[in-house]
Design a protein around this ligand. Structure first.
Ligand code: AMP
Length: 175
């Protein structure tokens, strides 16, 4: 089974020129979903990962499954204003303008080993901000894992420059 075949591509969404890589078809395909989660966690069998941090929103679905598989806790990283308790926040650049993401200040204790999860890495701006947020509160970010890499956009290098190893399962040329 090729995981790539389970991912649907939608041209010109959300705007002209973008090939949107729709992971909902993979998540709806039981063998493909299981295989993706198994492959994402494959380097860490039996190792003590404390927390899995998922980036809103598709990172929550994959991250919850990854956390369960690793017997780790799950930590949501959300768009600002959604979390009820005291948060730490970071601004990051989007294609147009900036946005902010946040997590609960007490969600990760200093020194805890954390794996960051999202569906796709493109420019790496989103994941870099999430990794910085985790590092700022003292997390040991062991890796960042994604089902899909768009290698032409260079996201992997941005995370590696922060000292965070990157694991991806399939890649697509272009953006
Ligand atoms: P970036 O910050 O540029 O690495 O963008 C990553 C975030 O945007 C992830 O949360 C992705 O879900 C989403 N994203 C970016 N490009 C695409 C694409 N071509 N198809 C689907 N999602 C994308």
């Amino acid at each position: 089974m090729d995981l790539k075949d389970a991912i649907r591509t939608i041209p010109d969404y959300p705007k002209k020129g973008i090939l949107f890589r729709d992971i909902t078809t993979l998540m709806g395909d039981a063998p493909a979903f299981r295989r993706a989660v198994d492959e994402l966690v494959q380097p860490w069998p039996g190792s003590k990962i404390d927390k899995v941090a998922g980036i809103e929103a598709r990172g929550f679905i994959l991250g919850g499954a990854v956390a369960h598989q690793l017997s780790a806790g799950f930590v949501p990283i959300r768009k600002k204003g959604k979390l009820p308790h005291e948060t730490v926040r970071i601004a990051y650049s989007l294609e147009y303008g900036v946005d902010e993401m946040e997590m609960h200040r007490d969600a990760v204790k200093p020194g805890e080993k954390v794996i960051l999860v999202d569906d796709l890495i493109a420019t790496g701006g989103t994941a870099e901000a999430a990794a910085r947020l985790l590092k700022d509160i003292g997390a040991d970010v062991v890796a960042a894992v994604f089902v899909i890499d768009l290698p032409d956009l260079g996201g992997r290098r941005r995370l590696e420059a922060l000292g965070v190893p990157v694991r991806t399962l399939v890649s697509f040329d272009g953006h």
